[in-house]
Design a protein around this ligand. Structure first.
Ligand SMILES: NC(=O)c1ccc[n+]([C@@H]2O[C@H](COP(=O)([O-])OP(=O)(O)OC[C@H]3O[C@@H](n4cnc5c(N)ncnc54)[C@H](OP(=O)(O)O)[C@@H]3O)[C@@H](O)[C@H]2O)c1
Length: 197
């Protein structure tokens, strides 16, 4: 896929590295703007209170499938229930909210995990397939919450995730799974627990 990532900081930079390693053609843009013409997917990873000014500097935003990873500790954007809905109104394509509950500082540790960590996401139907693929190509397992109406729920999780991150846990992965789904990985790891009881 041709991916334009708006934001080349911790989140945008780390995702770009992981998707490039997975074989995608990735361009990153910063606060000076740029051109997203020809992108199959646009990813937004800039401060959540800078969406209007940040996207206004990008040419070629024209209905692409969009993934918004932004967060804010401030208010929701005026006139919208979520940052993701503001992003969708500006770019005009099917939109997903994803990666906003994952810590960029540990993206490079994903591959060492015995099972892929989860990424909670919400997506318009037409954005779901590309979003799931890019979540997997970043090393995570997608968990679908529903359509973009669920984006406010994902954005509100910043309160929980940041509290955990600042506490004893630090930056963390999380995993949701069905009962029994990880039985084989438990069998693999069990000997390590019994060698030194
Ligand atoms: N860090 C995390 O673990 C994490 C996790 C989930 C979600 N998020 C969210 O993801 C977004 C990016 O976070 P980050 O940690 O990657 O931030 P960051 O490292 O500070 O990078 C921010 C990026 O946004 C650009 N930017 C800053 N102000 C801008 C503006 N007014 N207009 C346009 N672009 C602007 C910067 O451009 P320049 O490169 O030109 O400076 C930079 O590329 C935020 O919404 C954050 O809440 C962060």
């Amino acid at each position: 896929m041709r991916i334009t990532v708006i934001g080349r900081g911790h989140v945008g930079g780390a995702l770009a590295r992981r998707w490039t390693a997975a074989g995608h053609d990735v361009t990153t843009l910063g606060r000076d703007g740029g051109d997203a013409t020809g992108a199959d997917v646009v990813v937004v990873a800039i401060p959540g209170d800078s969406i209007a000014v940040g996207l206004a500097k990008i040419a070629g935003l024209d209905g692409q499938v969009t993934i918004d990873a932004s967060n804010t500790f401030g208010d929701r954007p005026a006139g919208y229930d979520s940052i993701a809905q503001q992003v969708r109104s500006m770019i005009g394509g099917p939109t997903a909210k994803a990666f906003n509950t994952n810590f960029a500082s540990i993206y490079d540790a994903v591959d060492a995990e015995p099972i892929p960590p989860s990424t909670l996401f919400a997506a318009d139907a037409e954005a779901r397939e590309a979003t799931e693929r890019l979540i997997r190509d970043a090393g995570f397992e997608p968990i679908h919450l529903g359509d973009l109406a669920k984006a406010p729920l994902l954005e509100s999780l910043i309160t929980l995730t940041s509290t955990l991150e600042r506490g004893e846990l630090g930056p963390f992965f999380y995993r949701f799974h069905r009962p029994g789904e990880l039985a084989s990985s438990r069998a693999i790891s069990a000997p390590h627990r019994t060698v030194n009881p």
